[in-house]
Ligand binder design. Sequence first.
Ligand SMILES: NC(=O)c1ccc[n+]([C@@H]2O[C@H](COP(=O)([O-])OP(=O)(O)OC[C@H]3O[C@@H](n4cnc5c(N)ncnc54)[C@H](O)[C@@H]3O)[C@@H](O)[C@H]2O)c1
Length: 334
Amino acid sequence: MVKAVVLGAAGGIGQPLSLLLKTNPSITELSLYDIVNTPGVAADLSHIDTPAKVAGYLPPDDGLKKALTGADIVIIPAGVPRKPGMTRDDLFKINAGIVRDLAKGIAEAAPKAFVLVISNPVNSTVPIVAEVFKKAGVFDPKKIFGVTTLDVVRASTFVSEVLGDLSLAPKVTVPVVGGHSGVTIVPLLSQSSHPLPSGFSQENLDKLVNRIQFGGDEVVKAKDGAGSATLSMAYAGADFAYKIICAAKGEKGIVAPTYVNLAADKEGGDALKKEIGRDLEYFSAPVELGTEGVAKINTLGKITAHEANLIKAAVPELATNIEKGVSFIESSKL
Ligand SMILES: NC(=O)c1ccc[n+]([C@@H]2O[C@H](COP(=O)([O-])OP(=O)(O)OC[C@H]3O[C@@H](n4cnc5c(N)ncnc54)[C@H](O)[C@@H]3O)[C@@H](O)[C@H]2O)c1
């Protein structure tokens, strides 16, 4: 029996994500929460002939608590997406409070659930959730994840495009590490399961890295004011949620890049900190998932000098983003 909860379920990501979760037969209960429209979304999805029992909740009558009670996995795509001209800072100002309040609800009603944070800026919203949990005395670093899967999905797609064969996309794996915005996104293309063509120029490599780092901008621009990535994000979020569920059920050997608190695996976390040369509290790394969430944080392994430079550029920005999330909760009244 698996109860999945989507917070922000009526939104651009929330609706297709909820649809994909409803089509996953391992989910037996699907609970949808938003400040608007969840009864309609829930009624619609409830007609699909899959096992999950669907219910929609709104804020009145303790809706958040009811949605969360008994949750095994909570996915958070609530908040405002980026519009053209909007900075990550603008986004932070709006989404930080939304994520804080939802985290407070989870800490009270479902403190043992796996929490998957999609709301941007992930580099800061994950520390926000963790700090709220710490204040509530229920923090378990193994169970809180920043969803960076879209970066991984984009890397697979863009590499297969370079290789001239999109049918390879589902098989191409590229570890994407660091964080989840701009220069903090570091694709380790030298470790791609399918190597780039021999003679691939440095200029083309730079372009490919840039496309993976700023893939979100392509979508924001193309949607021209109508939002950011929603469908690809829903796909990526559902994919990562499924990995968490499979690992929780005991499936071994599932490894996925995700942004976690490095205390989740002290040994792996310390080794990673040594590699990146800084005592960061959070980093996205390939993580082996287990029944309790994070089982092992893998190190970066062999990387090129170019990739080492990308990490060097990512680290100070990540440190600032983490600090921003932490100090937001320090100065918040909970
Ligand atoms: N992690 C990633 O890779 C990634 C990718 C794309 C977008 N995002 C982020 O995901 C978030 C959602 O994007 P979207 O395109 O779905 O936006 P959207 O505006 O379409 O949907 C957001 C939903 O959140 C709801 N919401 C707002 N405040 C809420 C609250 N307090 N409680 C519950 N629900 C609330 C809104 O009513 C809306 O339905 C944004 O922060 C966006 O930046 C993350």
